[in-house]
Structures are given as structure tokens and as C-alpha cells.
Write a protein that binds this ligand. Structure first.
Ligand code: BES
Ligand code: ZN
Length: 879
């Protein structure tokens, strides 16, 4: 059992730093058996700090201290304390220089925090608290300094030496070594520091900014990846242009670099001028990346680039403010993606993630506000709540203020706080000051955890021609937070008449202000809205465009849902009506497994398959049945086996009855000419692969032939993987085994494709039962040290293969607990993320719950449990 319990850090204890750092001079000597880091800090007392003679406190983690000197005079043992996780110097002058030399071992760093090695190259990850693994430093984001970095390494093994800012000097050293010095003119927190050293090829491009400056764009990758850079470089240029056009933000250094590394805990990191990416989030070619991967890469490149302003130029005061940069930047990248493709589809994808995973988090043991009040391990708080709900909060401000006032607010925010470390409150204040709106009640979105629920009822008064909508809101209790206040919720609605036409929304009889859509602003526990001049009972279209991250309860009939599916002018709500109908049909089969599948659902899907007039990207989305994860989220005491059975039954029923339409859809959406990434061709491939999947789901022989042919002849990974996935999820055991083997042999040299290959199997209930998962862990291509491999097998199994993971014998839970314990020793951040599915044990029916809980208890009782896993496990087991 763990003995030293991690500390809880509270927002209410925030104090300004006692010392500031103006300049950091770093010199890295990189060797095969370790690295020596020479650091010179120019420190001065913070005039804003009240503490008179506070000691200088520098964070450190896994460092060997070689020497420490103050203004050039070595400190004697009694002049400082090396506490292991900190270096404390008690009496220091008003302003001084501190020289520290540390020794670290990047080659043994399996946590992938600080400086580490990934396939032969040195690289760093310093957010949130990784810089302290490199040298002693006040490792908090409100300490902002100018960095100058000299890197020394063997010239042959590490010809490329990179850090933040601009290169200012380079040269040769004795013994075949060389150095490069970099200088970053912008003061920054240490979490934005980066260093890369390796044998990398350079891909070059340029971008001319709106003021006419020419920026060098460079991408650095291992030689074998040289052909996979074009898409990311183009996405980067689109992002730079977009941020100028939409936010007026120009790039500020002369050079912008992107590096791809194979071993990376996260997706990518926005280090100033030197973004570092997980290979799987930046490298792409038509032959190896799916459409979904291309879209993700474009979004992540944009996201990290946008941080240059929302995160770097204006940064966070402390880690409680994380959503200040992440929520805002996710909102910005979502706007960008919407502009680059289909806004409705992007909205559907974001709302699906939110409703499936963020709502679950917000209803679980780790629920926390967008601005948390406390944490133990900050890396546990890079959550869907901080990111996705945080982005929704910014989106609501955007919608409340409107495009133009929102832009004025963001201009004011960037101008007022440039070069500062600030809070979410500063962000909201800039929005208020620019718009004149009062957002005081709106601020509760940052403070209260839990998903607000809206209960809507309606009445139609035929005589007075009045339609009345009553909306009640409540915010559920969450751990440590009860008795919540009503929030300020923008609730977009429309009303549809009998033949599907939008009705004018009149708040009083005879008014001429009659829009067909209104954003109702909910601020009280209960509101009643009266719409006048309504001559027939309308069908309400509620929460259009998912105007707020809330649950809506309204007693829709199937008739009404079918009607909205066909007529709602709001694309998002059209899709949502289809989802609600499918959920309703699946749920009735959970209760009564022998019941008939709603024939009108079959008809609705038939007309979707035949409807070539509708936006095909939207059709492709509408054809996807609600996921098992979403069905679990919607249930009280989830019976996973029953949910799985019911959903599969509906899928089989639909596929059986729509076989001809599916075949027609397959043929009608076959490839035309060269591979293109236009929304239309992406939609065609998506429709076609969905049709193929359904056909193989019911064991259709013709489908089998089509899948095998597609697997052979596809000129792109979307179609190849679509065919493979369809085969893997079929009962054609021999054919799927062959297909898997052939695919592996063809792509075994490509790690990104091998990761897809792993996850297709691990996520499949047919090919991914526990014995097969165990075999994948033994596979030659599996690597415990590589987070992508771990995620693609263990993560995919536990979060996508729900029927197998929730095997009623508890074997899936025991398996996950074992792997979490194993990973906890090498990479606690990965272990802590992986354990998440078990923490939701309260959500499940009793027979599952007991087994999940005991698996969690086994993790809790592990020897030397990391602080990361400790926090998650203890919070989820607490009463
Ligand atoms: N700043 C984060 C990366 C990060 C997260 C570093 C957690 C350290 C700890 C980066 O900007 C980010 O948010 N990356 C996302 C992808 C993005 C498109 C949402 C990621 O890595 O998943
Ligand atoms: Zn980010």
C-alpha cells in the first residue's frame, strides 16, 4: 500500500509567486547515458508578494543536483535544502543570479514527462509540471521568463537541435559534437519550454502573414516519414490564415516548427514556436490515414497553432484556470473545423462526444467544475469537462453576444492581457466590458459541476391560439457540491406546423417581431413562454444546434420524432430526432427482447438510404445508431449485456429489411476517380462503408464478396480499413482471420496503421474477446512503452468493446486492473487514464458493480501506487 498520500491543492490557497524569473539561460549536454543541465536564473523578489523574507522555492523531480551557486559563489550544504521534490534557498538578496547544475537520465524516463528519448531522439513534454524533471525551477505558469537555450550533442547522431524561438548561434565542439543556441524573445512559463535533438529530415514551407512578414514553416520527422508531412503543413497554413481572418491574430516569431514523435502521452503540445506532436496526430498519407485521421490532424494542428495566442501570449495564472486556454482553444478549433467542412456534422460530432463521455464524467465520481476548486494531480484534470464543456461555455458566450461583440471581446482580452498569466474570470470580464452584458450569473458555468437538466412541458390553448412552453431547470448534486443555483442557459427553439413549415414565434398577439427561431434565456428555476397566433398544435424543436450542454427531457412521441427527422430545418435537431427515436426503439427491446422492432424506424432508415437530395454527410451521420456507450449513459442501472443484445437486434433487423437499399447505397457511392478529401467524397465513403458494415453484420454473402474486393483494390486507408472493420465485425471467421493477416503483412512497417489494426480488433466484440486481447499484448508489434499501442489495444478494449469488457464473469475488469497496475510503474499518466472505465462502477447493474468495484480495490491496494492513479481510484471509491 502507498504510504505518502498526495496533497490536495486548493484554488483558495493561491498566492502570487514570491520570486520572479526574468531570464533563464540553459545549457544541455546530451549524452547516451544521461544529460547535464546547466541553468542560470535571473531572479528577483516579486514586488507584489507580501511575504518579506520568504525562501526561494524551486520545484524538482527525479533530479540529481550537481552544484548550486548564488551570484557565482557555490552554496555550502547548509545554505540550501534539497528536499527531493524541491530545492529551497533560505536567505537570498533582492535580486540575484542562481546557477544550478543537474544530471538527468532521459534514456530511462518512461513517464514521458520532462526530457526523454523516443526512437533515438531526445524530446520534451513539460506541460503541466514536467519542467521540474529537467532542472530546479519555480514551475508554475505565472512565472514567465525569457529563455535562451544551448543544446550540445553528438553531431552525427543528433544533427538537428531545436528549441523555442529563433536560432542565434551554432558551431562545432570537440569530440565530434556540435551546438545550437536558441533564443525566445517572448516571456513564457516553463511548461511551454521544448527541446528536440535527433536525426530528422526537414520539410520546409513558408507563410506570408497579413502584415506581409514571411514565416519559415518547418516540419521535422524521422526519414521514414518524409512522405507524410504535406497534409499537416497545408493544415498549418490554413490555420494561420484563419486565425488572421476570424480573430485578427498574426503569428509573432520568424519560424514555426512542428516535430513528430512516436512516444507521446497526449496528442500534441503547443510549445512556443516548436509544437511537438504524437506521430499519429500529424503524419498522414492517403494510403495510411483514414478520412477521420485527416480531419483529426487538421483540427489538432489548428488547435496547437491557435494556442500561440490563446495560451502562450495570454497564459493561465494557475492550473485551476486550465480551461482558459483549453476550452477557448477547443472552441476556436471547432469553429475552424466547421468552416473547413460541414458545420452541422462537426456540431453532431462534438455534441456526441459531450453527451456520451462528458455527461458521464460530470455524473461520476471525478465530476468537477470547468474551473476546479481543488486537485491532487493536475494531469488528471485534462478532462472532457475542462476541454469540451469548457468549449461549450465559450460557445454560449459567443452565441449570447453574437459574432461581432464576441470578436470585440476577444480583441479586448488579447490586448488587455498580452504577456500576462490570467484567470477565466479575466476572460469573462473582457467579454462583459466589450459587450456591456452582465455575465455574473453566467459565471456559474465555471463554478458548478454537473450537467443541468431541463424538463419541458407544453400546453396548447386552441381557443386563444396560444402555445405555452414550460421549462424547469435543475443542476444535480456532484461530489462535494450540493444545493446548486439555477444557471444562465441559452435555449434555442423553433416550432413546426402540421405540414412541416416553421411557425413565427410571437411573444404577444399582434407583435410584428416574428422570427422562426428564438434563443430563450433561462435564468430561473422555472420559466413559462407563451407563443401567440398559433392555430394548430405545433411540434417543438428544442435546444437547436445543441445551444447549451444540457439534457432535455420532453415526452416526444415516436410520431413527433419521425416528423422532426423529416422536417426540422435545424440539421442538428433532425439528426437528434433520429437518435432519440432509435434510442427509444432500442430501449423498448431492452425491456421486452421479443417485441417487434418499430416498423416506422425501418421506413425512416429506408428513406434516408434513398434520399440523395439531403446533405450526404448528414445522412451518413443519421445512419449511425446510438452507441452502446451512449445507451449506457442514458440508463440508470446499466445492464450491458441487455443493451448490447438489443442494439445488435435492431441493427440486424434494419440490415435484414433494408438489404437491397444497402446494396444500392454501396454501389451508388462507389469511388469516382482519384481519392479526394472533399466533404462530399468523405460522405460517400462513410455511407458506403456503413452499408458494407451492416451487410456483413447479418452475414450477407454478397457483402462478403464486396468487402474482400474492396480490401484488395482500395487506393486509400478509409476504404481499406472500412472493409477490414466490416470483416472483423462479421461471423466469417476464416475470412476475417485471413483479412487481418494480409493487412498486417502489408502494413507491418507503419506504426500508425498497426495501431489501427490493433484497435479494430480490440474494439470488436467478435474478434476482441479476452483471449484474443491477451494475444495482441504478446504480438511482436505491441510495445508497453508506447502509449499509442497501449491505447489501441487496452484502451480500445475497455472503452469501445463494451460487451466484452463487461463480461459478466468479471474477467474484463480483472484484466484492466492488472494492466493498470503494470503501467502504473512505468507511466502513471497513461495508467490513470486507462483506469477510467472502472471508476464508473456506480452506473451499472449490481452484478457488474460488485465486480468492477473489487477490481478497483485491487488497484487501490497496489504497492507504490502513483499519485495519479491514487487520486482517481480513491475518489471513485469514496462514499
Ligand atoms: N496543451 C495540450 C497538451 C497537453 C495536455 C499537455 C495535457 C500536457 C498535458 C494540447 O494543447 C492539447 O490540448 N492537446 C490535445 C488535442 C487537442 C486537439 C484537444 C491532446 O493532446 O489530446
Ligand atoms: Zn490545448
Amino acid at each position: 500500500m502507498r504510504t505518502n498520500q498526495p496533497q490536495t491543492i486548493c484554488l483558495s490557497d493561491y498566492k502570487v509567486p514570491a520570486y520572479l524569473v526574468d531570464q533563464v539561460d540553459l545549457r544541455f549536454e546530451l549524452f547516451e547515458d544521461g544529460a547535464r543541465v546547466h541553468s542560470v536564473l535571473s531572479v528577483r523578489r516579486n514586488p507584489e508578494s507580501s511575504g518579506g523574507d520568504e525562501p526561494l522555492y524551486l520545484h524538482g523531480d527525479s533530479l540529481v543536483l550537481e552544484s548550486v551557486a548564488l551570484n557565482g559563489t557555490p552554496l555550502a550544504a547548509g545554505d540550501f535544502d534539497d528536499l527531493g521534490d524541491a530545492l529551497v534557498v533560505s536567505s537570498v538578496p533582492e535580486a540575484f543570479e542562481l546557477q544550478v547544475v543537474t544530471w538527468i537520465e532521459p534514456q530511462n524516463n518512461t513517464r514521458l514527462e520532462g526530457l526523454y528519448k523516443s526512437s533515438g531522439m531526445f524530446c520534451t513534454q513539460c506541460e503541466a509540471e514536467g519542467f521540474r524533471c529537467i532542472t530546479f525551477y519555480p514551475d508554475r505558469p505565472d512565472v514567465m521568463a525569457r529563455f535562451r537555450t544551448r543544446i550540445e550533442a553528438d553531431r552525427d547522431a543528433y544533427p538537428v537541435l531545436l528549441s523555442n524561438g529563433n536560432p542565434v548561434a551554432k558551431g562545432d565542439l570537440e569530440g565530434g559534437r556540435h551546438y545550437v543556441t536558441w533564443e525566445d524573445p517572448f516571456p513564457k512559463p516553463a511548461y511551454l519550454f521544448a527541446l528536440v535533438a535527433g536525426d530528422l529530415v526537414e520539410k520546409k514551407d513558408t507563410f506570408t502573414t497579413c502584415s506581409g512578414r514571411s514565416i519559415d514553416l518547418r516540419m521535422y520527422v524521422e526519414p521514414r516519414n518524409a512522405q507524410k508531412c504535406d497534409f499537416a503543413l497545408d493544415a498549418l497554413k490554413r490555420s494561420m490564415r484563419w486565425d488572421e481572418d476570424v480573430y485578427g491574430r498574426e503569428y509573432d516569431l520568424d519560424i514555426f516548427m512542428i516535430v513528430a514523435v512516436d512516444d507521446f502521452n497526449m496528442g500534441a503540445m503547443e510549445n512556443k514556436g516548436l509544437n511537438i506532436f504524437n506521430s499519429s496526430c500529424v503524419l498522414a498519407s492517403q494510403e495510411t490515414a483514414t478520412d477521420a485521421a485527416f480531419q483529426r490532424i487538421e483540427a489538432i494542428v489548428a488547435h496547437e497553432y491557435f494556442h500561440n495566442w490563446s495560451g502562450n501570449r495570454v497564459t493561465c495564472r494557475d492550473w485551476f484556470q486550465l480551461s482558459l486556454k483549453e476550452g477557448f482553444t477547443v472552441f476556436r478549433d471547432a469553429q475552424f473545423s466547421a468552416d473547413m467542412g460541414s458545420p452541422t456534422v462537426k456540431r453532431i460530432e462534438d455534441a456526441t462526444l459531450l453527451r456520451t463521455a462528458q455527461f458521464a464524467e460530470d455524473a461520476g465520481p471525478m465530476a468537477h467544475p470547468v474551473r476546479p476548486a481543488s486537485y491532487m494531480e493536475i494531469s488528471n484534470f485534462y478532462t472532457l469537462t475542462i476541454y469540451e464543456k469548457g468549449a461549450e461555455v465559450v460557445r454560449m458566450i459567443h452565441n449570447l453576444l453574437g459574432e461581432s461583440l464576441f470578436r470585440q471581446g476577444s480583441d479586448l482580452y488579447f490586448q488587455r492581457h498580452d504577456g500576462q498569466a490570467v484567470t477565466t474570470d479575466d476572460f469573462v470580464r473582457a467579454m462583459e466590458d466589450a459587450s456591456g452584458r452582465d455575465l455574473s450569473q453566467f459565471r456559474l458555468w465555471y463554478e458548478q459541476a454537473g450537467t443541468p437538466a431541463l424538463t419541458v412541458t407544453d400546453e396548447f390553448d386552441e381557443e386563444r391560439c396560444v402555445y405555452r412552453l414550460t421549462v424547469r431547470q435543475s443542476v444535480p448534486d456532484t461530489p462535494g457540491q450540493t444545493g446548486k443555483k439555477p444557471q444562465h442557459i441559452p435555449f434555442a427553439v423553433g416550432l413546426l406546423g402540421r405540414d412541416g413549415q416553421p411557425l413565427p414565434l410571437l411573444f404577444s398577439a399582434g407583435s410584428d417581431d416574428a422570427p422562426v427561431e428564438r434563443v430563450l434565456e433561462l435564468t430561473e428555476r422555472e420559466h413559462c413562454f407563451e407563443f401567440h397566433g398559433v392555430s394548430e398544435r405545433p411540434v417543438p424543436s428544442l435546444l437547436r444546434g445543441f445551444s447549451a450542454p444540457v439534457r432535455v427531457h420532453y415526452p416526444w412521441t415516436r410520431e413527433q420524432l419521425l416528423f422532426l427527422m423529416n422536417h426540422d430545418p435545424d440539421g442538428f435537431n433532425r439528426w437528434d430526432a433520429g437518435q432519440r427515436l432509435a434510442v427509444d426503439v432500442i430501449q423498448s427491446l431492452i425491456v421486452a427482447p421479443e417485441a417487434e422492432v418499430e416498423p416506422r424506424l425501418v421506413d425512416a432508415y429506408r428513406s434516408l438510404l434513398r434520399n440523395t437530395g439531403l446533405d450526404q454527410a448528414l445522412v451518413a451521420k443519421m445512419l449511425q445508431l446510438p452507441s452502446e456507450a451512449y445507451l449506457i449513459e442514458l440508463s440508470e442501472q446499466a445492464d450491458v449485456a441487455a443493451i448490447h443484445r438489443a442494439r445488435e437486434a435492431v441493427l440486424s433487423h434494419l440490415a435484414t429489411h433494408l438489404r437491397d437499399e444497402l446494396l444500392a447505397c454501396y454501389h451508388c457511392n462507389s469511388a469516382q476517380g482519384d481519392y479526394q478529401l472533399t466533404p462530399d467524397s468523405v460522405a460517400r465513403r462513410s455511407l458506403r462503408n456503413t452499408a458494407l458494415g451492416w451487410l456483413l453484420h447479418i452475414g450477407d454473402q454478397q457483402g462478403l464478396v464486396l468487402a474482400q474486393e474492396q480490401l484488395r483494390s482500395a487506393d486509400n486507408m478509409t476504404d481499406r480499413l472500412g472493409a477490414l472493420r466490416a470483416l472483423v465485425n462479421s461471423d466469417f471467421v476464416e475470412e476475417r482471420t485471413q483479412a487481418l493477416e494480409g493487412f498486417y503483412q502489408a502494413f507491418r512497417e507503419d506504426p500508425q496503421v498497426v495501431e489501427l489494426w490493433f484497435s479494430v480488433q480490440a474494439a470488436s466484440v467478435r474478434a476482441g474477446q479476452l483471449p484474443q486481447i491477451t494475444q495482441l499484448l504478446e504480438h511482436e508489434a505491441f510495445d508497453w512503452k508506447n502509449p499509442n499501442k497501449v491505447r489501441s489495444v487496452i484502451g480500445a478494449f475497455a472503452s469501445q468493446n463494451l460487451a466484452a469488457f463487461h463480461n459478466p464473469d468479471g474477467s474484463g475488469y480483472a484484466f484492466l486492473a492488472t494492466q493498470v497496475c503494470r503501467l502504473d510503474d512505468s507511466n502513471p499518466q497513461i495508467a490513470s487514464r486507462l483506469v477510467t472505465p472502472l471508476t464508473r462502477w456506480r452506473k451499472f447493474a449490481p452484478e457488474y458493480r460488485v465486480l468492477m468495484k473489487s477490481a478497483l480495490e485491487r488497484v487501490r491496494d497496489k504497492d507504490r501506487l502513483s499519485g495519479d492513479v491514487y487520486e482517481v481510484v480513491h475518489k471513485s471509491l469514496a462514499d
